[in-house]
Design a protein around this ligand. Structure first.
Ligand SMILES: [Zn+2]
Length: 122
């Protein structure tokens, strides 16, 4: 079935991006849960340890890991929302299509290559 040219990305492609995103979300949620559990375990392990520097370092590493995971979870969820809203594949900055190759590599990309580069340079 053909849906015409109105959608940026074909329905088949969207379905496969959706699967990729959902799998990633599940993976990321697990990573967050793991990091949280590990943080608690680390705190317990070092509760009466003399080596508070190591404990602090481990806690910070885990906190950072969880923060990174939460951030990517947010990006993934937003990408799923864009699929639902029909704006997936559209650059949030200039409104042009995001390069198909870029979407294949990073389905949660919000910006086209040009805008992304401009943002990173800022
Ligand atoms: Zn753009």
């Amino acid at each position: 079935m053909e849906f015409g040219d109105s959608s940026l990305v074909s329905e088949t492609k969207l379905a496969s991006f959706k699967r990729v995103l959902e799998a990633r979300i599940a993976e990321t949620e697990r990573a967050i849960a793991d990091a949280e559990q590990e943080t608690r375990a680390t705190s317990a392990r070092h509760a009466d340890s003399a080596d508070q520097a190591t404990a602090e370092y481990e806690r910070q590493t885990l906190t950072h890991k969880a923060a990174v995971a939460r951030q990517s979870l947010q990006q993934l969820t937003q990408a799923l929302d864009r699929i639902r809203q029909g704006t997936f594949g559209e650059c949030a900055q200039c409104g042009n299509d995001i390069e198909p190759k870029r979407l294949e590599a990073i389905p949660w990309a919000r910006y086209c290559l040009k805008c992304q580069e401009l943002r990173e340079r800022r």
